[in-house]
Write a protein that binds this ligand. Structure first.
Ligand code: ADP
Ligand code: ZN
Length: 730
């Protein structure tokens, strides 16, 4: 990279701030001058705000009136490559630059010189007895999108005493996690020998080593069933990056996976990599952010936002479980970390490895089109093979309404227990029951703020909205008709399933793995560890267990409701169900013992269910691709979702209708407009949501058309507009 531009003392510099302004602001460079990319604090009205020196100032006004930069932060300036990454991501996702800057600086807390403290937005009413101080705490937590803090950090940020926060702890609103004391950035040993690879593994590893050594952009799909050794293989790519003195980033979809991964990593390289995710404290994040910029952190494993770390010399990005939907950020800047990883790598001449047992159709299409390379690991490592898969036809079962485990599945579980092996019962539904209905009047308890039913969580003794997180106590009487004692749970959630298991297998040791049952990442890690060590007979879990955990003694997977994901009109439903079922089934039989996967279904003849059972992946993808191509939807066409929301539905609808009348710019790019229609979730947190969908051909200038189109409306104050390029559901 060439030398950064330098602006001498007193020169005008354009500063991009994190404030929602649509342009940069001019300030005077401080004594000693300043380089482009430097992070600064600048005065804005009565406040000081965070900014980044973006270029030479434009002037054109009375120079003597330009205010000076207040302070230069003691962190490395933003590199040119990062700036380009932010600009391209902004252009792709149609996000204003200030929001991008926020994304890149918020997590490490650069945004918080003490002078920036302010009172934040109102909380969600999750906390009992709201006081001003408590509201500030909740506001701060919201502002930081679910990141974790130590007591000290949070009390500093929110400007409250720590006793305020302590008083809130029992409500579950504040999470306290320790900072790891032993600091991880010891040098990793690239030459430490890995496991002896099989022929297929070695071939794949060699190809990846070569891709990394090329120090040029490339993307490779590393495809192999769960347990085939993908991780083992991409660790070789990491070793290669280390040898070349380049940094590596490994993205994982679920932070619960990091514990297992860290242990393997430590074993391979003799030290831990750096971790970046919401469970890492602010102090630690700030330190890591700096280290990454200085090249001191060689390997980072993290959640999607790790893509925005200021790597000095990034040579490899691994996206593990690349098909995972959690790579799509659904809040704030809507980006897909898998796609942005490819963009980032192309800007810094790095290799990308997309690892998956069940790649996304997007990636599959890119392989077909020759844009990505594909490496296959055909079989599981060692004697392990994919489990036998069978459908259990539930139409023949006469289960009472409070039972969900068929006799056939129960017998299979008993057999495993007799053998001293583990079973997993999978149900992708948190809580006790998805619906609570009044048997007297038929009323179903719904969220006060969202268009969603409240889900009973019996362990917490509360009803919870899975859209907004609001909870309320389980009432004695029906909120609608007032009759007492007639409220009934309908349908299964994992907690209810656990109840049935306890009843039917009283001698079994059970563990429930569901994200809401663990308030800290550590508690979850410990539970997973216990299961892996074999201390459990029956694991009952949500999709948390589907992802990458290695339970060697687990030989039976029972899917309680294989049809669950096939309901609804989402065009991606088939793909998701296929991926999830294959992945869950892959939890069985990961060592010498052959596994079995039993899928309870009411539609054993559904083409997706049949493809899952047959394991006919290529056939499934081809059929799915043909359908999407015919419909002109992603990945064979482009889409953008526009979600308008506001407290008053009539006002929101007005804006939406107005937008349909000024759709000229969309016609110019040959795009079609659908809607307005209620968004998939029509009301969230008291805001009505209406969606418009734009569909265009693959080569169309979608972002240009959408931007030109939306520029024509001025939104009423209460209405918010969110642009979702490549939406997850359509
Ligand atoms: P995947 O990432 O495809 O699910 P992993 O890399 O996790 O597969 O491998 C599955 C298990 O097999 C792990 O416990 C791993 O350590 C082991 N394994 C894979 N390849 C080898 C090998 N060549 N030698 C020894 N153990 C291996
Ligand atoms: Zn709600």
């Amino acid at each position: 990279m060439d030398e950064a531009e330098f602006y001498p003392e007193g020169a005008l510099v354009a500063v991009l701030t994190c404030e929602p302004l649509d342009r940069t602001l001019d300030y005077k460079a401080p004594a000693g001058g300043i380089t482009r990319g430097a992070f600064v604090e600048v005065p804005l009205g009565p406040r000081r705000v965070l900014g980044c020196v973006w270029g030479p100032g434009e002037g054109g006004f009375d120079l003597s009136k330009a205010r000076p930069v207040s302070a230069v932060l003691d962190v490395a300036p933003m590199r040119e490559e990062m700036r380009q990454f932010l600009e391209k991501t902004a252009a792709y996702t149609l996000t204003p630059m200030p929001a991008m800057l926020r994304l890149a600086t918020r997590a490490p807390g650069l945004m918080n010189p003490p002078s920036m403290r302010k009172v934040y937005r109102r909380g969600e009413g999750r906390v009992p007895r709201e006081t001003d101080a408590r509201r500030r705490v909740i506001g701060t937590l919201e502002e930081y999108g679910g990141l974790s803090f130590t007591l000290r950090e949070l009390s500093d940020l929110a400007g409250v005493t720590s006793s305020v926060i302590r008083g809130m702890l029992p409500s579950g609103a504040v999470i306290e996690e320790d900072t790891p004391r032993d600091l991880p950035y010891r040098r990793l040993d690239a030459e430490a020998p890995g496991k002896a690879l099989t022929g297929a593994q070695e071939a794949a590893a060699a190809a990846l080593r070569e891709a990394v050594a090329a120090e040029a952009y490339s993307t490779t799909l590393l495809k192999g069933v769960t347990g085939s050794g993908k991780t083992e293989v991409y660790l070789e790519a990491v070793a290669q990056a280390l040898r070349r003195g380049r940094q590596a980033l490994v993205l994982l979809p679920e932070i619960a996976l990091t514990a297992e991964f860290l242990a393997r990593f430590q074993e391979r390289f003799g030290a831990r990599p750096a971790e970046w995710h919401s469970g890492v404290t602010m102090t630690e994040r700030r330190r890591l952010w700096k280290m990454v910029g200085e090249g001191g952190a060689e390997v980072v494993i993290g959640a999607r936002s790790a893509l925005f770390l200021p790597f000095r010399n990034l040579g490899l990005i691994v996206v593990d479980e690349e098909h995972d939907t959690s790579y799509k950020q659904e809040d704030g800047v809507l980006y897909n970390a898998r796609d942005m990883a490819v963009l980032r790598a192309s800007l810094c001449s790095a290799a990308v490895v997309l690892a998956s047992a069940t790649p996304s159709l997007e990636t599959w299409a890119n392989v077909e089109a020759g844009k990505y390379r594909r490496l296959d690991l055909e079989s599981r490592f060692g004697p392990a093979v994919m489990p036998d898969m069978h459908a259990l036809d539930m139409r023949a079962e006469k289960l009472p309404g409070n039972r969900f485990i068929s006799e056939a599945l129960a017998n299979a579980v008993r057999k495993r227990m007799a053998l001293g092996e583990q079973s997993l019962l999978f149900l992708n539904r948190r809580g006790y029951a998805p619906v609570t209905i009044c048997r007297a009047c038929g009323y179903q308890i719904a969220c006060d703020h969202c268009d969603a039913r409240m889900v009973e969580h019996r362990f917490l003794k509360r009803l919870m909205c899975h859209q907004c997180g609001a909870t309320k106590p389980m009432p004695e009487a029906c909120p609608s008709c007032g009759v007492e004692g007639r409220l009934a749970a309908v349908g299964p959630g994992v907690e209810r399933l656990a109840e049935e298991v306890a009843e039917r297998f009283p001698e079994a040791k059970c563990a429930v793995l569901s994200s809401d049952l663990f308030s800290t990442a550590r508690a979850l890690k410990e539970q997973i560890q216990l299961i892996a060590e074999g201390d459990t007979d029956i694991v009952i879990g949500t999709q948390l267990v589907a992802k990458g955990h290695n339970f060697p003694n687990l030989t039976l997977v029972g899917v309680i409701d294989a049809d669950l994901g096939l309901q609804g009109s989402d065009l991606r439903a088939a793909e998701r169900t296929f991926q999830l079922m294959r992945q869950v089934a892959g939890r069985a039989g990961r060592s010498e013992k052959r596994g079995v996967a039993l899928l309870q279904t009411y539609q054993p003849d559904h083409p997706v269910i049949r493809a899952i059972i047959a394991g006919d992946e290529e056939g499934f993808w081809r059929a799915e691709a043909a359908e999407r191509r015919a419909a002109g939807v992603p990945p064979y066409g482009r889409m953008a979702g526009i979600i308008l929301s506001g407290p008053d539905l009539a006002v929101v609808n007005d804006v939406a209708l107005h937008l349909t009348r000024v759709a000229g710019p969309l016609q110019r790019i040959g795009a079609q407009l659908f809607g307005p229609a209620p968004a998939p979730i029509a009301r969230v947190r008291g805001r009505h949501r209406v969606r418009l969908l734009v569909k265009a051909e693959k080569g169309a200038a979608l972002q240009v058309g959408v931007a030109d189109w939306l520029r024509q409306v001025k939104l009423p104050n209460a209405v918010r507009l969110q642009i979702d390029i490549d939406p997850q559901s359509f």
